[in-house]
Ligand binder design. Structure first.
Ligand SMILES: Cc1cc2nc3c(=O)[nH]c(=O)nc-3n(C[C@H](O)[C@H](O)[C@H](O)COP(=O)(O)OP(=O)(O)OC[C@H]3O[C@@H](n4cnc5c(N)ncnc54)[C@H](O)[C@@H]3O)c2cc1C
Length: 394
C-alpha cells in the first residue's frame, strides 16, 4: 500500500529520533516515526549514556526530565588522570556555577521516559513499530520509503510512504547506500568493553577518566555503582574479555589504581567496536541524516549522544521555521547542515585528538599529556572552556 504524507517522517525511534519527534510535536508540526523494533524492546538496555547540561535542558523543555530525574546520577566532579605518568586534573560543577557537569542514565531508562512522555499526548505524533525500513528512494519531488509491513514475517511484504522530508535517525545501522550520501569512516581497531562495577568505596558523584597506553577508560557514577567503559585495541580487549570475573576485577584494579578501593563485582559485560564516522557534505533534497547515523565518535569524552540531541533540536527549529512547502528543499537542508557543521566537526576533531594523544606510548607524548593535564589543572579559563564545550557543544 502506498501512502502520501505531507509531513516529515523519521526513520528510527531511538533517543535521537524520539527527541526530534517530540520537538516537532511541541512546535505543532505533524510527524510519523518508523521503528524497526516492537515497543519497549530497549527498556532493558543498560548501556550508560552521559547526558550534558544542554541535553538536560532539552529534556526539561520536552517534559521528559521529570520522569527521568529519579533514574539519573549527577556527575559533580570529573577526575582526569593518566596511568604511568604525572599530571591530573579536576573539573568541578561548583566552580562553573552548574548544578552538575553531566548526568549518567541507562539507555533503557531514557527510552522508557521518552515513551511515557509520548503516551501522555500523542496528538500529531504517530509511531509505527516493527516496520524496518528497507529502502529510501529520493527524487526531485519527494522521498519514498519502503518498509516491511507491520507484523509481517517475510521481507517481501512491504508498504510505501512518500514524504517531503525523510529524516534518517537509525543509528547508522542501515540505509548506507542512498545515492548522494557518502560516508567516511576511520576504524580505530579498538573496542569498548562496558559493564556495571561495584567498588569498595562509594562514587561520591565523581566520574573518572583515565588515559592508559592501551586506550582511555572511564568510570561513570551510575546509581549505587559505576558504569565502566574500558577501551583498547581489539586484541587487548579480547584478552581482558576472556578473563573470569575475579581476574578481570584484578586487572581493572591494576589499570585503574586505588582511587575507588577494591573492585568487588562486575555485571554482564558488553562490547562494541569504536570508529569515527561522518557523512560528507552533500545535501540531497528530501532527506537528512541525524544522530549516530550522521556521525559516530569515540566515547572518550561522552560527546556522541549529546551531539545527536543537538542535531535533533537544530533540525526541529529549522523545520518549524519553514513553511510546509519548504520542507525537504535543498536550500533549507543546506541551512540545517551549515548550522551543525561547526559543532559536529569540532566534536569529531576533539574526540579523535584525545584518542590519539592520550592512547599513545611514544616518548614525549607522555610528557605532553602530563603538561596538558597540568595546564588544565592550573588554568581556570581552560577548565571553563572545556566544561562549556562538554555542556553545550561548539
Ligand atoms: C553496541 C553499542 C553500545 C554503545 N554503548 C555506549 C555507551 O556505553 N555509552 C555511550 O555514551 N554511548 C554508547 N553507544 C553510542 C550510543 O548508543 C549512541 O550515541 C546513541 O544510541 C545514538 O542514538 P540514536 O538515536 O542516534 O541511534 P540509536 O540509539 O542506535 O537508535 C536507532 C533506532 O533506529 C532503529 N532502526 C535501525 N534501523 C532501522 C530501520 N531500518 N528501520 C527503522 N528503524 C530502524 C533502531 O531499532 C533504533 O531504535 C553505543 C552504541 C552501540 C552501537
Amino acid at each position: 500500500m502506498k501512502q502520501t504524507l505531507t509531513h516529515p517522517v523519521v526513520i528510527g525511534g531511538g533517543p535521537v529520533g524520539l527527541v526530534l519527534a517530540l520537538s516537532l510535536q511541541q512546535a505543532g508540526v505533524p510527524v510519523t516515526v518508523l521503528e524497526a523494533q516492537p515497543p519497549g524492546a530497549m527498556y532493558g538496555d543498560g548501556r550508560a549514556l552521559a547526558l550534558s547540561s544542554g541535553t538536560r535542558q532539552v529534556l526539561e523543555q520536552l517534559g521528559v526530565w521529570n520522569t527521568l530525574q529519579s533514574k539519573v546520577t549527577a556527575i559533580d566532579t570529573i577526575h582526569v588522570s593518566q596511568q604511568k605518568g604525572f599530571g591530573r586534573a579536576l573539573l568541578k560543577a561548583g566552580e562553573h556555577q552548574l548544578p552538575a557537569l553531566g548526568y549518567v542514565v541507562s539507555y533503557g531508562a531514557l527510552m522508557q521516559a521518552l515513551d511515557a512522555r509520548i503516551a501522555e499526548s500523542s496528538s500529531g505524533l504517530e509511531i509505527q513499530y516493527q516496520v524496518p525500513v528497507q529502502n529510501l528512494h529520493v527524487d526531485a519531488n519527494a522521498a519514498e520509503i519502503t518498509f516491511q509491513t507491520a507484523g509481517a514475517t517475510d521481507r517481501q511484504s512491504t508498504d510505501l510512504i512518500a514524504t517531503p522530508l525523510a529524516i534518517i535517525a537509525d543509528g547508522g545501522r542501515s540505509l548506507e547506500s542512498i545515492p548522494g550520501l557518502v560516508r567516511e569512516t576511520k576504524h580505530y581497531g579498538h573496542d569498548a568493553l562496558v559493564g556495571l562495577v561495584q567498588t569498595e568505596l562509594p562514587h561520591r558523584n565523581i566520574a573518572y577518566e583515565r588515559f592508559t597506553p592501551f586506550g582511555p577508560m572511564a568510570l561513570l557514577p551510575n546509581g549505587e555503582h559505576f558504569s565502566l567503559v574500558w577501551t583498547g585495541e581489539q586484541t587487548y580487549i579480547d584478552q581482558i574479555a576472556a578473563l573470569d570475573d575475579a581476574a578481570f576485577l584484578q586487572a581493572l584494579h591494576q589499570a585503574f589504581g586505588d582511587r575507588v578501593g577494591k573492585f568487588l563485582h562486575i555485571g554482564k559485560r558488553g562490547r562494541f567496536p569504536l570508529k569515527l564516522s561522518k557523512l560528507e557534505q552533500t545535501f540531497p533534497a528530501h532527506c537528512v541524516v541525524i544522530g549516530n547515523a550522521a556521525q559516530t565518535m569515540h566515547p572518550v569524552a561522552g560527546q556522541g549522544f549529546n551531539v545527536g540531541i543537538r542535531d535533533a533540536m537544530a533540525l526541529a527549529r529549522n523545520i518549524a521555521a519553514s513553511s510546509a512547502a519548504e520542507w525537504g528543499t535543498v536550500h533549507r537542508l543546506a541551512q540545517y547542515h551549515q548550522s551543525r557543521a561547526r559543532d559536529t566537526g569540532r566534536g569529531l576533531i576533539f574526540t579523535d585528538f584525545l584518542v590519539n594523544v592520550f592512547s599513545n606510548d611514544l616518548i614525549g607524548v607522555g610528557l605532553l599529556r602530563g603538561a596538558g593535564l597540568g595546564a588544565l589543572s592550573m588554568l581556570p579559563f581552560a577548565r571553563r572552556l572545556l566544561v562549556n564545550k562538554m555542556s553545550y557543544g561548539s
